[in-house]
Write a protein that binds this ligand. Structure first.
Ligand code: BG6
Length: 498
């Protein structure tokens, strides 16, 4: 067994190439993260940031970058010397991503840094373009690693079902080796998600309880108050099952359920996650109604503001049956988890925003203190991921006074004193790409396996013409009570822990 740790180190000087550099992801997340990484030494100061830009002059592009910075990292623009240092890192390569000569120009633009032409290619572009970009890179000789490392970063969705995910993996792997491909799931970059691993494997009190003998069930959830915002075109084809459950929540489930890996390295961790996915019981078409729930938000009031119905959002079809809430109850057929329901659920326009992993323990086998009070509640351990992160433990304690009546005592341990201490997911993940650590990225087999697991549900929901509704800003989804009726405590609505 090898003890290993995540290293915070300055990566080798790299050409950081961004496709889609004028888009929203780049403006909101990538550029601000890169600036902070440069400032704190996580990106080597000799590194270059190369934007592939179509139909814009360099001046227009730089102005766009400046405007984005003004909005998301104003401290950089306001400090003239920092802005100039950042500006000196930027290089523009003009060209259309569909045109092969763009990649030739890109190859010529790669700067030799410390004798190498290391490059990270970040695809902040719609997935339909991944194939074009990888083939352009291949033809320009930019996938081989003769004169420096070459790493490709792609964002979800990795396909929209098993077949398309397989095709995408095949396409990418025909150009890059699997170790060169980094599939970003930004949930795995959240510090609080990684903290799950530390809680599990750095505390010896967890392991003896972490199994079917003590745990009644587990709920892994993400509730959002936002609607679909400007993403109707994507969301109409996606829905909550694809958007959140197949990706973020199933990834979290694998971290919660996996066996201790032999070391904290990419393949050791991913091998354990894969074993969990392989052990998930498949859901037969005739059982889908029993194990999965879907619903769509109707109009309502969210955090005091009127919210329109999903079907009234711009670009959404008025008779759309796309789900904005989805839940699935999984079972993991192995020695540790046999019979323990894992309920994964996620919804938009819910009553409050929260992401949590809730471990509900079994009830005490016998109630010794059954006097006037109600029976002691089953204990719960909640890993709160956001908005604030930390751990909550619910225990039973004696009420002060002469009786032995009990009441629930809630112990809260916040994770970081303030938000500023927590690194942004994109900083963590880009640093990992630059240092070549794939632990927090999804491997091809994981992606395919999770599609395979949800595929029967996708098929069953594909052609339906209607879907249950819930009022925006509420938890009014009766089917969730039915889904969790055999679980101690039922459907766990996160606000209870605030
Ligand atoms: C994205 C989904 O992957 O994650 C969005 O496509 C969702 O629909 C988002 O809103 C949630 O991420 P976070 O970090 O805000 O919880």
């Amino acid at each position: 067994m090898v003890a290993s740790n995540k290293k915070i180190e300055t990566a080798a000087p790299t050409n950081i190439v961004i496709f889609g550099v004028t888009g929203d992801l780049s403006k909101r997340k990538l550029m601000p993260a890169l600036v902070r990484m440069l400032c704190c030494g996580l990106v080597h100061t000799d590194s270059k940031i190369i934007g592939v830009v179509n139909n814009r002059t360099e001046e227009v592009w730089i102005n766009l970058v400046r405007e984005g910075m003004q909005e998301f990292s104003p401290e950089i623009v306001e400090d003239e010397s920092r802005w100039k240092k950042f500006l000196a890192r930027l290089i523009m390569v003009p060209g259309d991503l569909g045109d092969e000569t763009t990649y030739q120009r890109l190859a010529e633009a790669l700067v030799e840094l410390d004798g190498k032409k290391n490059a990270m290619f970040y695809c902040a572009i719609p997935p339909d373009w991944y194939g074009k970009v990888t083939s352009g890179l291949r033809k320009a000789g930019l996938a081989n690693e003769d004169d420096g490392y070459r790493r490709l970063v792609i964002e979800k969705p990795f396909g929209h079902n098993l077949e398309s995910a397989r095709a995408l993996n095949k396409e990418l792997q025909s150009v890059f080796k699997e170790e060169q491909i980094y599939r970003i799931d930004h949930y795995l970059g959240k510090e609080s998600v990684q903290n799950l691993l530390v809680y599990r494997f750095a505390n010896s009190i967890m392991e003896p309880l972490w199994n079917r003998n003590y745990i009644d069930h587990i709920q892994i959830s993400t509730a959002e108050t936002l609607g679909i915002e400007y993403r109707a075109k994507y969301y109409e084809r996606s829905g909550a099952l694809r958007d959140m459950i197949q990706s973020h929540l199933m990834q979290m489930m694998t971290l919660v359920a996996m066996e201790p890996p032999v070391e904290f390295t990419a393949d050791a961790v991913r091998d354990e996650k894969m074993k969990v996915l392989r052990a998930i019981r498949s859901i037969k078409p005739e059982e889908i109604k029993l194990h999965a729930v879907s619903a769509q938000y109707a109009s309502g009031t969210v955090e005091g503001e009127a919210a329109k119905a999903y079907v009234s959002e711009e670009f959404v079809s008025p008779d759309s049956a796309t789900e904005t809430f989805a839940a699935v109850r999984f079972y993991i057929d192995n020695w540790r988890w046999e019979g323990v329901p894992f309920i994964l659920w996620s919804g938009k326009r819910m009553k409050s925003k929260s992401s949590e992993v809730m471990i509900r323990f079994r009830k005490p086998p016998f109630n010794l203190f059954d006097s006037h009070a109600s029976a002691p509640a089953a204990n719960a351990l909640v890993f709160r991921l956001q908005p604030e992160s930390g751990v909550v433990l619910r225990l039973n304690a004696k009420k002060p006074g002469l009786t032995t009546d009990n009441e629930e005592m809630v112990m809260r341990a916040p994770y970081a004193a303030d938000e500023g201490e927590v690194a942004d997911a994109y900083e963590i993940l880009m640093h990992d790409v630059l240092t070549g650590d794939g632990t927090l990225f999804s491997r091809a087999d994981e992606v395919e396996s999770s599609w395979q697991i949800v595929e029967p549900i996708l098929d069953a929901w594909k052609n339906r013409v209607s879907v249950e509704r819930y009022r925006a800003g509420t938890w009014d989804i009766p089917a969730m009570d039915e889904l969790t009726k055999d679980c101690v405590g039922g459907w766990h609505k996160p606000t209870v822990h605030k």
